[in-house]
Design a protein around this ligand. Structure first.
Ligand code: HXC
Ligand code: NAP
Length: 270
C-alpha cells in the first residue's frame, strides 16, 4: 500500500505513462499512482503480460489502466504507445522510464552485443521514451522520472553493462532537466536500493546467503518494498516537489552511503 501521507485524491485527473510498468517496481509505482487517483498506461514488450498487469491494476479502480505493448528500443513503437495513451486518457502528466535488462556477466563473458543490448534497453530506451513524449505531455507541468540504479555511481563487478547504461541515464536526466526546465517540465531519477520480490533481485541476489550478506551491509538492515519506491515517485510527481528537478532520489535504506556491515568495522580496527 502506498503511504497514507498522501491524499487519496492527490492525482485525480492526472495521466501517467509507465515504460516497463508491467511488472516489479514499476508496476508497484503504477498501482500507487492509481490509488492516488491517476489513470495509467503500463507498457512492456510482452502484450499478454501488459494485459494481465492492467487487469491487476483495474482491480484497484476499474478502467483506470490500459496495458500496451512496445519495445523501448523501437522509437516508432514507443511513439505509437504514447499516442494510444493520449487517445485513451488525454495528455500525459507523468512519465516513468523504467524498462531495463540485467544479468550477471564478467566483461570477458560479455559479447559486444550483450553489452549493447543492455545499453539499448536502459539508456537508449530512456532517451526514446523521453524524446518521444515531448509532444504528448502537458506543458507546463509535466514531470518525468527515470529509474536508475546504484551501479551508475558505485562500480560493481559483473555489472559493467548496467553500470555504463545507468550512468548514462543519470546524466541524461540532468541535461534534460536543464533543457526542459524553461518549458515547465521537471526531470528526475529514482535510484532504488535492493527491492524485495523483484526480477532484478532474483537475478542479482539469487540465494538466501547472498541476500543475508547484502542485507547486513545496508544501514536500515532490510530490502525495500515496491510500495516504498511508489512513495518516492508520488513525492517527486507531487506539488511538494515543484522546485525539484535534475536530482537522483536515493531510496535504498542507506545502501548508497557506505558499507554498514559490522565485519567492515572489525576489518578496519585490525
Ligand atoms: C552473458 C548474456 C547473458 C548472460 C544475455 N546475454 N544474457 N551474456 N551473460 N547471462 C547476451 C546474449 O548472449 C546476446 O549476445 C545478447 O545478450 C542479447 O541477448 P538476447 O537474449 O537476444 O536479448 P533480449 O531477448 O533482447 O533480452 C534482453 C535481456 C533479457 C536483457 C538479455 O535478460 C531480458 O529481457 N531482461 C528483462 C528483464 C530483466 O532483466 N529484469 C531485471 C531488471 S533489474 P550474443 O552475442 O551471444 O548474441 C535491473 C536491476 C538493476 O536492471 C540494479 C539492481 C540493484
Ligand atoms: P522487472 O520486473 O524485470 O521489470 C522490467 C519491466 O521492463 C517489465 O515490465 C518488462 O516487461 C519491461 N521491459 C524489459 N525490457 C523491455 C524493453 N526492451 N522494452 C519495453 N519494456 C521492457 O524489473 P525490476 O526488478 O522491477 O526493475 C525495474 C526497474 O528498477 C529497472 O529499471 C531496474 O534497473 C530498476 N532497479 C531495480 C532494483 C531491484 O531491486 N529490483 C534495484 C535498482 C534499480 P517485458 O519483459 O514484457 O518487456
Amino acid at each position: 500500500m502506498i503511504s497514507n501521507t498522501f491524499r487519496a485524491d492527490l492525482f485525480d485527473q492526472k495521466v501517467a505513462y509507465i515504460a516497463g510498468g508491467t511488472s516489479g517496481i514499476n508496476l508497484g509505482i503504477a498501482k500507487g499512482l492509481v490509488t492516488l487517483g491517476a489513470k495509467v498506461a503500463v507498457v512492456g514488450r510482452n502484450p499478454e503480460k501488459a494485459v494481465v498487469a492492467s487487469a491487476e491494476i483495474c482491480q484497484i479502480k476499474s478502467d483506470y489502466a490500459i496495458g500496451l505493448s512496445a519495445d523501448v528500443r523501437d522509437y516508432d513503437a514507443v511513439e505509437e504507445s504514447l499516442k494510444q495513451t493520449v487517445d485513451h486518457f488525454g495528455p500525459i502528466d507523468f512519465i516513468i522510464s523504467g524498462a531495463a535488462g540485467n544479468f550477471l556477466a564478467p566483461v570477458v563473458g560479455l559479447s559486444s552485443k550483450g553489452f549493447k543490448t543492455v545499453v539499448d534497453i536502459d539508456l537508449i530506451g530512456t532517451y526514446n521514451v523521453f524524446h518521444a513524449c515531448f509532444n504528448h505531455i502537458t506543458k507546463p507541468g509535466a514531470s518525468l522520472i527515470a529509474i536508475t540504479a546504484g551501479q551508475a555511481v558505485n562500480a560493481l563487478t559483473h555489472q559493467a553493462h548496467v553500470a555504463a547504461a545507468k550512468a548514462g541515464i543519470n546524466q541524461l536526466i540532468r541535461c534534460l532537466a536543464l533543457e526542459w526546465g524553461p518549458a515547465g517540465i521537471r526531470v528526475n531519477g529514482i535510484s532504488p536500493g535492493p527491492i524485495a520480490g523483484t526480477e532484478g533481485m532474483d537475478r542479482l541476489a539469487p540465494t538466501p546467503e547472498i541476500v543475508e550478506n547484502l542485507t547486513s551491509r545496508i544501514a536500515l538492515r532490510r530490502f525495500g518494498t515496491k510500495d516504498e519506491i511508489a512513495d518516492s515517485a508520488a513525492f517527486l510527481f507531487s506539488d511538494a516537489a515543484r522546485f525539484i528537478t535534475g536530482i537522483i532520489l536515493e531510496c535504498g535504506g542507506g545502501v548508497d552511503i557506505g558499507d554498514a556491515s559490522p565485519d567492515c568495522l572489525v576489518t578496519l580496527s585490525r
